[in-house]
Design a protein around this ligand. Structure first.
Ligand code: AHR
Length: 481
């Protein structure tokens, strides 16, 4: 099969926050994931060094925390102060016991050590607007006030200066602790947002969109939230996980195209509200949960409830899943003008690229590399592409291109093409280039390894062969590699 690609123009700068992830108090993400005092690699605070070593190469911009569904029952005040006095609470989101040994200070200081920015959530399930503002005062307060002084008493003098905050999580979902109607959520989010910005005008706020595109409330929920919150928020969230429960590979591989539909649809709703108000300010999108998630549920494993930690959703990724996560990353890059934040959900042990054994080693999964290489080489300016690619029809969609691609011009003048071959056949790819380059290299994911080889390069043109059903990155550089 043959395909041709040509660069059409520049779309937008890629926001570094597209390369963010998510740690929730869920399963073994925190306890025996990032945090395991007594582990041979643990640092003085009890955080695993081997896990940090696998996180660092991902060059994450932000980590969203502490949930997720967990957020809607979380009392942040349980997680501060002397550890021996912190309560153990039942977590009704995941039917586990939460020992509160990792809380706001531990998480924020871990982020500082890793040089990753935190994206904190406030509880709008059982939590109140007042508790949300108190958390902001604890974290960012610079004056001598009650909660800022409690932070100082707990050993942290300087404010953390957390800039990015989520107003609750998936509040439309019936599974959510204290789920709300659109009207209920919109009013609470609006009043919480107002107070938070009054206290700290430097912060940015993400309001909850619908939990996923197939929710009956998708669209109408966002419309209501924007009607109430537009002046006080900066982003609206989208979440999406894809499954292959039907064992239908051509459809599974095409699902990321629906992610793009949802980006277009929610952008249109934001713009409609902007026009209705005559506002000059855009609301951008925060795709703050995205991944493949179905293997664990399909296996029907139900660990006993009320343990700490409760080892749930330990997804084992196969060789097809990185093609889907790679195409999801491509969808985000193709909409870099609108999507400013995106979190691969999650980071460790729970639907994650990194897995740990308690007391033992940490390892990566197949979905690690497409994210890593996009994070490393997909920074700069997102490009628009013209393509001549054969298409196919699948169970839920027609005209699915066999080749999925996104391109970014790096700050070093390189051109980086992220390519998913959805076909069972190899694809002979001709790439028209705007000028001459010194070298071209194709890096292809093979299981848990990346195999790189030089590709044919002529003035203004490169030729490469993409293996069947593969994820690859084609990198064209002005200097010899
Ligand atoms: O990431 C796992 C869960 O998926 C999150 O807690 C929730 O927000 C979503 O439904």
């Amino acid at each position: 099969m043959r395909a041709r690609l040509r660069i059409n123009g520049s779309l937008a700068p890629v926001d570094d926050r597209l390369y963010s992830s998510f740690i929730e108090h869920m399963g073994r993400a925190v306890y025996t994931g990032i945090y395991e005092p007594g582990h041979p690699t643990a640092d003085a605070e009890g955080f695993r060094g081997d896990v940090a070593d696998l996180i660092r190469p991902l060059r994450l911009s932000h980590i969203r925390y502490p949930g997720g569904n967990f957020l809607s029952g979380y009392q942040w005040k349980d997680g501060i102060g002397p550890k021996e006095r912190r309560p153990v609470r039942p977590d009704l989101a995941w039917f586990a016991l939460e020992p509160n040994q990792v809380g706001t200070d531990e998480f924020l200081q871990w982020c500082e050590r890793l040089e990753i920015q935190p994206m904190l959530g406030v509880n709008l399930g059982t939590g109140t607007p007042r508790e949300a503002v108190e958390l902001l005062e604890y974290v960012n307060g610079s004056h001598s006030s009650y909660w800022a002084d409690r932070r100082r008493e707990n050993g942290r003098e300087a404010p953390y200066g957390v800039k990015l905050w989520c107003l609750g999580n998936e509040m439309d979902g019936p599974w959510q602790i204290c789920a709300k109607t659109a009207e209920e959520y919109a009013r609470t989010a609006c009043e919480t947002a107002k107070m938070m910005k009054w206290l700290d005008p430097s912060i940015e706020l993400v309001a909850c969109g619908s939990s996923f595109r197939a929710m009956p409330s998708f669209g109408s929920w966002e419309k209501t939230v924007l009607e109430h919150c537009y002046p006080y928020i900066d982003y609206i969230s989208l979440h999406q996980y894809y499954t292959n429960e039907e064992d239908d590979l051509p459809s599974f591989l095409a699902k990321p195209l629906e992610m793009e539909d949802s980006i277009r649809e929610i952008s249109a709703i934001c713009d409609q509200e902007k026009a209705a108000r005559g506002s000059s300010r855009d609301i951008h999108l925060s795709f703050d949960e995205w991944n493949v998630w179905y293997h664990y549920q399909k296996a029907g494993i139900f660990p006993p409830k009320w343990t700490v930690p409760r080892p749930i959703e330990e997804e084992n990724y196969d060789d097809v899943d990185p093609l889907v996560t790679g195409a999801m990353m491509n969808a985000l890059l193709r909409h870099a003008d609108r999507v400013k934040i995106a979190c691969l959900a999650q980071l460790v042990n729970v639907i994650a690229p990194i897995m740990t054994e308690p007391g033992g080693p940490a390892r990566i999964q197949t979905i690690y590399y497409p994210f890593l290489l996009a994070s490393r080489f997909g920074r700069g300016t997102a490009l628009t592409l013209e393509s001549e690619v054969p298409h196919y029809d699948c169970a839920f969609r027609s005209n699915v291109p066999y080749l999925d691609c996104a391109a970014v011009e790096g700050r070093d003048g390189s051109m980086n093409f992220f390519l998913v071959n959805r076909s069972e056949e190899p694809v002979e790819l001709s790439l028209e280039l705007p000028r001459s380059y010194a070298a071209a290299e194709l890096s292809t994911l093979r299981g848990l390894r990346i195999v790189s080889e030089p590709c044919a390069l002529r003035p203004g043109q490169s030729e490469s062969l993409l293996p069947p059903r593969s994820w690859s990155m084609l990198r064209v550089v002005p200097q010899p590699l």
